[in-house]
Design a protein around this ligand. Structure first.
Ligand code: SAM
Length: 225
């Protein structure tokens, strides 16, 4: 249960993914891999709309009931932390801490309804960065929400560098959101990762996106090889 203890299984919706990654109509129809999708409902909702996403996450080694019980054990204290730090949050998409909680509960319940069926279909795979078992450029788009950069205090520079290099290998384009850490500071890794990868032929570009929950967290970074 190491993984479940260190990183919170909070999940976002398809609408949030569309905003966080500034997904266009044509992006939605690309072959997409979601990295560290956890209990997000992005895959479930995209599948219901006839679109295809493969999600990878080490929590997919657990059952739906195990993932839900970990969520239930965390949710009160996280919402409490949010309530206690009112200056850190922008209530534009979610209207309040209570609304945030309702939306996270909705996402995990859509995920759980889809999880067993999606596992059988190969849409939820137990795998983890920094090494993934996919072919070069197997996907058009890799999306990584609230994992890389967010946990910069917990995960090393080398882990980030190896992971992003791996994502640029398996996908034509990689988008990561947000650029902030849990402490709401810009990740200290971004500039050095961009310059190191540029020397290997992987370009990067920071884009503004129409989503902000962590104050100042309205940018994503795009890598392309
Ligand atoms: C805060 S959640 C974000 C979930 C989802 N991406 C979203 O934004 O709604 C972070 C996720 O990263 C996953 N994770 C932890 N270690 C990982 C690794 N080495 N590779 C990929 N995902 C990992 C966790 O299991 C967790 O589900």
């Amino acid at each position: 249960m190491m993984i479940l203890d260190s990183i919170v299984p909070f999940g976002r919706s398809q609408k949030e993914y569309e905003l966080m990654f500034a997904l266009s109509e044509s992006d939605r129809t690309k072959s997409i891999i979601g990295i560290g999708d956890g209990p997000a409902s992005f895959n479930a909702e995209m599948n219901a709309a006839g679109l295809t996403v493969i999600s990878i996450d080490p929590i997919y080694q657990f059952t739906g009931a195990e993932i839900k019980s970990r969520f239930d054990a965390c949710v009160d204290s996280i919402i409490e932390q949010v309530r206690n730090t009112p200056n850190n949050w922008i209530w534009s998409y979610h209207k309040s801490p209570e609304d945030l909680r309702t939306n996270r509960e909705k996402a995990i319940s859509l995920f759980l309804e889809d999880y067993d069926r999606g596992k059988i279909a190969g849409r939820y795979l137990n795998a983890e960065l920094p090494k993934l078992d996919f072919q070069d450029k197997q996907f058009q788009l890799a999306l990584c929400s609230h994992f890389l950069f967010l946990y910069s205090e917990h995960l090393s520079f080398e882990f980030h560098l190896d992971s992003i290099r791996e994502l640029a290998r398996i996908a034509e384009e990689v988008r990561i959101f947000p650029l902030l850490t849990l402490a709401q500071a810009r990740s200290p890794y971004i500039d050095e990762i961009s310059s190191t990868l540029a020397k290997e032929g992987i370009s990067s570009e920071i884009i503004q996106v129409p989503y902000e929950l962590q104050k100042g967290g309205n940018q994503a970074i795009v890598f392309r090889q």
